[in-house]
Design a binder for this molecule. Sequence first.
Ligand SMILES: Cc1ncc(C[n+]2csc(CCOP(=O)(O)OP(=O)(O)O)c2C)c(N)n1
Length: 292
Amino acid sequence: MIKNLNEIPEEEYLTGGSGACAGCPAETGLRLALKVLGKDTVVVNASGCMTLLVVYPHTPLKVSWMHNAIENAAPTAGAIARALKIRNRKMNVVCYAGDGATYDIGFAPLSAAMLRKDPFLYICYNNQVYGNTGAQWATSTPKFAETKTTPLGNREREKDMMKLMKEHGVYCATASIAYPIDYMNKIEKAMKMLPAYIELLSPCVPAWGYPSNKTVSIAKMSVMTGVWPLYEYYPDEKMVINYKPDKFLPVEEYLKLTDRYNNIKEREIKEIQKQVDEKWRKLLKEEKCINE
Ligand SMILES: Cc1ncc(C[n+]2csc(CCOP(=O)(O)OP(=O)(O)O)c2C)c(N)n1
């Protein structure tokens, strides 16, 4: 377990020269994941922004990489992990996919792979839109956020993916790029109880509309306002909430940091605040019930 920033391994398996945008936390998320997983790792990717990290014949990666159709990255990762096991090869397999691939297009294959208990780690970097195709609405898009296809603000609530994944009886956790130690330790833990699902909130510079040096502060604010709770479900049904301050900051502090809420109305901000408060009430109640 990593206890402080000095203990983060120095080895780099994702080096410079990738095609990701400046300030992209999805790329950092993979870089940090590989520091935990090490050189004997296969990354399976679903079509999306991260596909542009590796454009033949160039690659910033020092590990194996397999790009897949957007819908079937999870079963491919599962098959690779099973084949490696049969051949007695000790390698880690991680599927790294966006929220469009995870919540929507690849959801059924992901669900099946988790139920089959295929021994791989699935990390969803969640930028809450179809980023690579120009920021369209996905079922991960939060209510009232503007996207290319919801220019007046999204009218639907996002899907509760943690709740769905938990039903598969696997380790599930949320993470934030602003809390790298928490994220990396969750990866280390997850590798001991595969299959596992980790969801990393990934603010998106072009889609959310903010300066590229603000990625980490926006990610931090999502946690400090309670919008993005950090918590885990274990296969034995234990639940842990990792960050529980005495008081959260108002959600408005988070909403005003990005252009996607530029036209949000006062009553809509109140509705989001109510939604966040309600979610927390339920999470705390659930934690108490499960762990008692
Ligand atoms: C079946 C299928 N539908 C649509 C596409 C087009 N497509 C390529 S990348 C992409 C966006 C994926 O979004 P997401 O999974 O959220 O990842 P991000 O681009 O945000 O990294 C889409 C829709 C595709 N490749 N395959």
